[in-house]
Write a protein that binds this ligand. Structure first.
Ligand SMILES: Nc1ncnc2c1ncn2[C@@H]1O[C@H](COP(=O)(O)OS(=O)(=O)O)[C@@H](OP(=O)(O)O)[C@H]1O
Length: 379
């Protein structure tokens, strides 16, 4: 209209008719375009993915080993149509992102032969089995070894869903999982679950059929491993003895130090047995995992109802590392030992301190052996 008025003022009458026609033509073109957008492009504007669980996590663009959550889309509850309300998503965009730790590259939502982003290549499912502990027990080794089984897919990050991220809801949790076919099981590991009071109840609320794996290790070695790890990150940490004892000359152990508390396995197990039968919990022997990984993995596969595919053919002992590693598949040249933070040299602790800790843990160990029906011989 503005165009018509302008020309009616400035142009001679011989031009007016032609120019008016051009203006009307342009105007009708614009109107058609607007109508087209309104009718057909709403999906494109909304960016609604065909699978609402896609793109939850993406690898960092530098190809690094950390996952970052670029989109909080997956944190939104599903609506009745199985999609998420984008306006809510946009409102939440400014909220904090989720920190997830070290992962293997193929745990991302990136397309892989088994995960091309389409339903026919599998679906994201809540985990059937969770490695719930214990910290420094050998949980990473178990996860990395079991996930070479073709019927297992695992999220490599410690999701901390049941202890730190529970408020985000099960849809958020499911989003973190890799796609699996019907025949495959989904796994994750977060070692802090074993000592978190609310976790057994929460996992049982998700599914009472969830299979639980606990990798246990001599609690004295475990606490030294735990301290060695913390010391590597915090060089000005008080001495081990200062943290471990309220009064060392009286042999009073400080049970308020989490590193000590984690090793009181019987206490934590009691809490789990309120929600799960013992038959649903498998205990991996953390010491034997190092000396006989294939033997321990055979038992894990049996427990998970899997064919025994991971066998001693998959392992070799790496003398430099001092630990078993996975043999390289022919297609890959990448090393298959666990990272530097696994298998550290422990700090030296004097003999008397070790004996005091042995005395402290003995009754808890004996109770634990009785509860699980197996003597781990942590002497
Ligand atoms: N194959 C292999 N390679 C390397 N390390 C192995 C392996 N098998 C078991 N372990 C033991 O795993 C210990 C680390 O346990 P976690 O993986 O549970 O630690 S963590 O809680 O996730 O930080 C780690 O503890 P430290 O030796 O104290 O570092 C190892 O003893």
């Amino acid at each position: 209209m503005a165009c018509i008025l302008l020309y009616s003022r400035v142009a001679p009458s011989s031009y007016r008719h032609t120019r008016t026609c051009i203006c009307i033509f342009s105007l009708s073109l614009s109107l058609s375009y607007i109508c087209y957008c309104l009718l057909f492009s709403s999906d494109a504007i909304m960016q609604k993915p065909s699978d609402p669980t896609q793109n939850c996590l993406r690898l960092r663009s530098d190809g690094g080993k950390k996952l970052q959550q670029k989109s909080l889309y997956c944190t939104l509850p599903l609506n009745a149509r199985g999609t998420r309300d984008i306006s809510l998503h946009e409102a939440n965009q400014s909220n904090a992102s989720v920190n997830l730790n070290t992962v293997r590259n193929n745990t991302s939502d990136r397309p892989t032969p088994n995960n091309t982003g389409s339903g026919k290549f599998g679906n994201k499912k809540l985990p059937n089995a969770i490695i719930v502990g214990v910290k420094k027990g050998g949980t990473r080794a178990v996860l990395e070894f079991i996930r070479i089984h073709p019927d297992v897919r695992a999220v490599g990050t410690e999701t901390h869903f049941f202890d730190r991220n529970y408020d985000r809801g099960l849809d958020w949790y499911r989003c973190l999982m890799p796609r699996t076919m019907e025949s495959q099981i989904t796994m994750e590991k977060t070692p802090s679950y074993f000592v978190t009071r609310e976790t057994p109840r929460r996992i049982s609320a998700m599914s009472r059929d969830t299979k639980l794996i606990v990798v246990v290790r001599d609690p004295v070695t475990r606490v030294i491993s735990d301290y060695t790890q913390t010391l590597s990150k915090t060089p000005d940490l008080p001495s081990f003895q200062d943290l471990a004892f309220q009064n060392q000359s009286l042999g009073l152990v400080d049970t308020s130090w989490n590193a000590i508390r984690i090793g009181m396995y019987a206490l934590h197990l009691e809490n789990w047995l309120r929600y799960f039968p013992l038959s649903q919990i498998h205990f991996v022997n953390g010491e034997r995992l190092i000396t006989d990984p294939a033997g321990e993995l055979a038992r894990v596969q049996d427990f998970l109802g899997l064919k025994r595919i991971v066998t001693d053919k998959h392992f070799y002992f790496n003398r430099t590392k001092g630990f078993p590693c996975l043999k390289k598949p022919e297609s890959s040249s990448s090393p298959r030992c666990l990272g530097k933070s696994k298998g550290r040299t422990h700090i030296q602790i004097d003999h008397d301190t070790i004996e005091q800790l042995r005395d402290f843990y003995r009754p808890y160990n004996v109770k634990f052996y009785e509860m699980v029906g197996h003597d781990f011989r942590w002497e």
